[in-house]
Design a protein around this ligand. Structure first.
Ligand code: F6P
Length: 420
């Protein structure tokens, strides 16, 4: 799938740097999810996973001791295998490879840079520096002690062993210097950032994104507005009020949110009447975003799918053929919707409270694809029925999903054929 940007696709390696338990994997995955969602072919190459796959997953701290020469050689082998795979990915049309390893010495980084340079791949180091013991401890407990490296090992023993592992790396750790090329340093979980020779649109996006990312886990709830008068008629778009069933849903939603959603969420709506009416019935303060408005169906706004098929068969078939990229005449495509949602994503990353978004089918599909790390071209086919709340709960590196149906569930009008 082509990138959303018209410039030639970049071939870039983001090379992570930092001691263990500094959130490198978290940051890698966040960046990968964001760039993939924008349409860039991005992949993370996590050296820890290569180590576990090739050498087994039960190494204790002594394996990471720099004096353990045979282990050093084995570790270098897996690191290079991951690097080779990343370069092969970039050679085969990948745009951004994220090399997730400690890369904690100048020598190791020089090796990585030389190999990338030989393939014509630009390198930017992304270093996570954190000296706050509480943050490190929390990270060890939340991710490392639960990692496959410590399966079946009591938590306290795992934590002790992991601390010793960090100490081995700390002996030889050297921060990235300006002479090593471009870098982004994230200091104390984003409290400070330091940039060196960061140029170009894509890296500026990444930096802007990272400025907003914070690590506090919080739920996201997504729901469409209550059924609207246009939903009843099977018409798309428009700005009609809620139907009686739609208002009943909003009341039901209010009960559930006020009873069960803790902490009480921040509420966002679109600027359209049906989401605002739903939020008004909910009774919590809310913020309305134009960026959350439903996909603009252009000349088809207010029509039923049947009318489009009958009166504009070419348009209908074109959308069935490529629902992600199809752009309604004088309207939008799903690809356009993703672009205009970017500020919402930044704000979502920045927000420390849980968020309830009362939105629309296409827009929520695009947001869902971001949160659940699904390929953007799949988003037009995600099921987001009316009168259903999606609860998305972050885990260490992913998200759990629960769906809460609040009957009576209205029948949605038949859409453009979902397949194809
Ligand atoms: O039918 C409700 C609706 O929100 C329309 O306003 C919008 O055009 C449509 O869903 C988006 O869904 P799809 O992309 O499947 O047509």
């Amino acid at each position: 799938m082509p990138s959303l940007f018209s410039a030639p696709p970049p071939r870039l390696a983001l090379v992570m740097v930092g001691l263990p338990a500094r959130g490198k994997t978290f940051i890698s995955r966040k960046i990968a999810r964001y760039l993939s969602w924008l349409g860039h072919k991005t992949q993370v190459f996590n050296v820890g996973s290569y180590r576990r796959a090739r050498l087994g997953s039960h190494q204790r701290h002594s394996f990471f001791d720099p004096r353990n020469e045979s282990a050093q050689a084995a570790r270098l082998d897996v690191a290079l295998a991951a690097l080779d795979d990343m370069l092969a990915f970039l050679d085969a049309g990948g745009e951004i490879g994220i090399y997730d390893a400690t890369n904690n010495t100048r020598d190791r980084r020089a090796l990585v840079r030389a190999r990338c340079a030989a393939e014509g791949v630009d390198v930017v180091f992304v270093e996570s520096i954190c000296s706050d013991p509480a943050t490190i401890e929390a990270n060890i407990r939340a991710t490392k002690a639960r990692s496959p490296d410590y399966e079946g090992v009591p938590e306290e023993e795992a934590v002790r062993d992991f601390r010793l592992r960090i100490a081995h790396y700390a002996q030889s750790y050297e921060e990235v210097g300006e002479d090593e090329g471009p870098f982004i340093k994230i200091i104390d979980v984003g409290r400070r950032m330091s940039l060196h020779r960061i140029e170009g649109y894509l890296l500026a996006r990444v930096v802007h994104f990272l400025l907003n990312v914070q690590v506090q886990p919080r739920n996201l709830w997504l729901t469409r507005h209550g059924e609207s008068e246009f939903n009843v008629l099977g018409r798309i778009g428009g700005d009609t009020p809620l139907s009686a069933a739609g208002r009943a849903y909003a009341h039901r939603l209010a009960e559930v949110v006020l009873e069960r959603f803790r902490p009480v969420p921040v509420v966002w709506t679109s600027s359209l009447r049906r989401t605002i009416e739903t939020a008004e019935i909910l009774g919590l303060p809310f913020r309305s975003w134009r960026a959350l408005d439903e996909i603009d169906a252009g000349v088809c706004d207010g029509m039923t799918y049947g009318e489009i098929a009958e009166q504009m068969p070419n348009e209908y078939e074109a959308r069935v053929g490529d629902k992600f990229r199809y752009c309604y005449p004088r309207g939008e495509s799903y690809q356009n919707v993703i672009q205009r949602l970017e500020p919402v994503i930044f704000e979502l990353e920045r927000e420390r409270s849980p968020v309830l978004i009362i939105g629309h089918q296409a827009v929520l599909r695009a947001l869902y694809a971001y949160v659940m790390d699904r390929p953007p071209h799949e988003c037009p086919f995600v099921s987001i029925p009316l009168h259903t709340v999606l609860e998305l709960e972050p885990t260490a590196y992913g998200c759990n999903e629960r769906r809460l149906e609040l009957p009576p569930l209205p029948a949605d009008p038949e859409g453009f054929r979902q397949a194809g």
